[in-house]
Design a protein around this ligand. Structure first.
Ligand SMILES: Nc1nc2c(ncn2[C@@H]2O[C@H](COP(=O)(O)OP(=O)(O)O)[C@@H](O)[C@H]2O)c(=O)[nH]1
Ligand SMILES: [Mg+2]
Length: 239
């Protein structure tokens, strides 16, 4: 994707992975706002969308991989498997809630050699009012409090916009196929002793309808899965 890599093979290769399920209205905006000059490739993991997500993503320059098994984690795993041997993975959502132009700030601690994983934390001041629904804020507060009590690290968020070295990701060995994905990554990063940091990122109201925290089944499903994931790794830790 980027000629700089041909002339300077030592520049870290950054692959962006975007899980997408029926995000035709927003995926083009996300792709157009990414700082392509920094990137090796952009992979959209199309998770059995029934709309035009795949076509629009391809038109906007992404490589599209299809994952028919439905689930946020399934899609992320498919994107990782399809990536072209990067040094760094960046994940963000397809709904244009994240600000793709902040990618540089999210990867900076890794590029500077200060971190192996960076979470984009959706802090209060940079959040458009209403962008995070109360149930999402409550769930995040509960999950990050439990992580602090169990693993002793104070995360501010379980946000989707994040970067991790390929080596860190390999060590973490991600397993979750659905909405335990983000919390599993954050717990295992601590367990594996990765250098973890957070940077504040902006967050706006999504385009289109929320499928998770905007629905009752999504909220309870994701909430249950996140708490179950924390419980599972907490028990494994005490053995
Ligand atoms: N792969 C996959 N992604 C999903 C699924 N449901 C939602 N998503 C994606 O997960 C991200 C977050 O979902 P969203 O509906 O925005 O939930 P919210 O952020 O809680 O409002 C979006 O990029 C969605 O496209 C799903 O079943 N499978
Ligand atoms: Mg969203």
């Amino acid at each position: 994707m980027n000629e700089k890599h041909a002339t300077n093979p030592r520049l870290p290769k950054i692959s962006v992975v975007i899980p997408a399920f029926n995000e035709a209205e927003s995926i083009g905006l996300v792709l157009d706002a990414l700082p392509l000059e920094m990137l090796h490739e952009v992979v959209v993991a199309n998770n059995a969308s029934q709309d035009e997500t795949a076509r629009i993503a391809a038109e906007h320059g992404a490589r599209v991989v299809d994952e028919t098994r439905k689930g946020y984690g399934w899609a992320c795993l498919a994107g990782i498997a399809a990536a072209d041997d990067p040094d760094i993975f960046v994940f963000l959502d397809a709904d244009f809630s994240d600000h793709p132009d902040e990618l540089g700030a999210v990867v900076a601690p890794i590029l500077d050699g200060r971190a192996d994983m960076v979470i984009g934390a959706r802090v209060a001041g940079k959040r458009e009012p209403g962008a995070m629904l109360p149930q999402a804020r409550f769930g995040n507060a509960l999950a990050t409090t439990l992580i602090r009590l169990i693993w002793g690290f104070r995360y501010g968020d379980l946000g989707p916009f994040r970067a991790i070295t390929a080596e860190g990701l390999r060590r973490i060995d991600m397993q979750d196929k659905t909405f335990g994905w983000t919390v599993e990554m954050q717990i295992k990063a601590l367990r594996e002793g990765l250098r973890v940091t957070e940077v504040p990122v902006s967050y706006r109201k999504r385009i289109g309808v929320s499928k998770i925290t905007g629905t009752i089944s999504g909220t309870f499903g994701a909430g249950y899965k996140i708490l179950w994931t924390i419980a599972k790794y907490s028990i494994a830790r005490r053995r």
